[in-house]
Design a protein around this ligand. Structure first.
Ligand code: 0X9
Ligand code: ZN
Length: 426
């Protein structure tokens, strides 16, 4: 019987990842600025899916389709790139991941463990149950709202946390979202952990007294769900537009900031498709309307992505600096230093800086730039740790989810306090 269950599980996951048959992933380590810059054109030429961005100190990881593998390796060798295999069989790596995830899920159920796992990735329904639970258990401080239904009809939940029901308008607001990029599974747990620290395990009461919080654990629930059920490396929303070929828009190219001018695609089948117009997606409109509703009170905006151990700030479309660059840098560094204090020795050190300079490419229509452009003084993209830099596993090994959530919270706490000190109400 047990053997049958194992076989059944294997068949189910096998079918699920069929689309990655023959795919491989590689570490690539650029040694010179020219090599670093060449990655963008290699990515275009060989339709690479970049899972982690390289820089001169740190190798990146790319996914390569079977039909491009020979040409890609030839191109790397011609350009004298350092590279090594990351997964020789992506489909099999995903199957192993699924089995490990399923086993941990069963162990959790058997232990009757905490409601929300931090030793396993968090499925959408589990996050939603948790949000409903904390909203009713801590009704005096927490309000759960659905900003709208997603394209496929799922609630886009956000939690408002406040000791005054948001009525003391002199309090600065801290706004954090996660899960706009569906496949970046480490992102939502950092926001659910923040909720845990503000409601269930309050070790920093000043953060509750001083600030109101808006927290969106999964901005893109349709895409997130789709990565669990169908396509592990799906990045975009799941909207269907009759005028274009493929479903989905890159939420982080869909904001109204130099929309569709750089680092974006007009091809709906591309991962960086900017959409048919700014804010074509209900998911980005929900964030936009909240940003605008609390515009004069938001002291700090964070959006959680992966991978790369980076804290990025404006301007990400052209690499220039904003008028508030010094504060952006000071607060960015303070967050990164605090994370470092609570990090593990083998985790990469966070890099902090202008998005273009640190991640190595320009892209318009991203949320942190938009938030900053409408007047939010401190706005950052976190690229959370994972993949490269000596961590194991195909994606970030689930054993590190709690660690990343904990250390990220330390960064958020420090960032909130300094943002609060700097905040001048308009
Ligand atoms: O490209 C992105 O959207 C972000 N990286 S990710 O690997 N998570 O996709 C980086 C966005 C950086 N910010 C700007 N370009 N403004
Ligand atoms: Zn992302």
């Amino acid at each position: 019987m047990k053997a049958l269950v194992v076989i059944f599980l294997f068949v189910v996951v096998y079918a699920k990842h069929e689309q990655y048959e023959g795919w491989k992933s590689y570490y690539i380590g650029p040694k010179t600025q020219e090599q670093l810059q060449a990655i963008g054109s290699l990515a275009e030429e060989f339709e690479l899916d970049v899972l982690a961005y390289a820089n001169l100190e740190r190798e990146g990881v790319v996914l390569v389709k079977p039909e491009y593998q020979d040409g890609f390796i030839k191109a790397l060798e011609e350009r004298d790139f350092a590279y090594k295999i990351h997964s020789a069989d992506v489909k099999q790596s995903l199957e192993y991941d699924d089995i490990a995830i399923e086993n941990r899920r069963k162990e959790n159920l058997a232990r009757n463990g905490r409601e929300l796992p931090y030793d396993n990735y968090q499925e959408l329904e589990v996050i939603e149950d948790y949000l409903r639970h904390v909203a009713s258990r801590y009704a005096d401080k927490a309000t759960l709202v659905s900003g709208a239904d997603s394209f496929e009809g799922r609630p886009i939940y956000y939690l408002k946390i406040s000791t005054t029901n948001f009525e003391d308008t002199s309090k600065p607001v801290i706004f954090i979202d996660a899960g706009i990029h569906a496949r970046e599974w480490i992102s939502p747990p950092t926001v659910t952990w923040a909720i845990h620290k503000l409601l269930e395990d309050v070790t920093e009461p000043d953060l509750l007294e001083r600030f109101d919080w808006i927290l969106i654990p999964v901005v893109n629930p349709d895409g997130y769900k789709f990565t669990f059920t169908d396509t592990r490396f799906w990045r975009k929303t799941r909207s269907i537009d009759q005028n274009v070929t493929c479903p989905g828009v890159d939420g982080n190219r869909n904001y109204d900031f130099y929309w569709n001018t750089v680092g974006t695609s007009n091809n709906s089948c591309a991962d960086t498709f900017a959409g048919s117009r700014p804010f074509s997606e209900i998911e980005t409109r929900v964030v936009d309307s909240l940003l605008n509703e609390y515009l004069d009170r938001i002291a700090l905006y964070l959006t959680m992505h992966s991978y790369g151990s980076m804290i990025l700030y404006s301007w990400g479309h052209n690499g220039t600096l904003s008028d508030n660059a010094i504060n952006l840098h000071i607060v960015g560094i303070a967050m990164a230093e605090e994370i470092l204090v609570h990090s593990l020795p083998h985790f990469p050190t966070y890099l902090v800086g202008n998005a273009v300079l640190v991640i190595g490419y320009a892209a318009s229509g991203a949320s942190e730039d938009y938030a900053h452009s409408i007047g939010i003084p401190l706005a950052y993209t976190y690229e959370l740790p994972g993949l490269s830099g000596g961590l194991n596993g195909f994606h970030l090994d689930p054993r590190y989810i709690e660690q990343v959530s904990r250390e990220t919270w330390e960064g958020i706490a420090v960032g909130a306090r300094i943002a609060g000190d700097l905040f001048v109400k308009k």
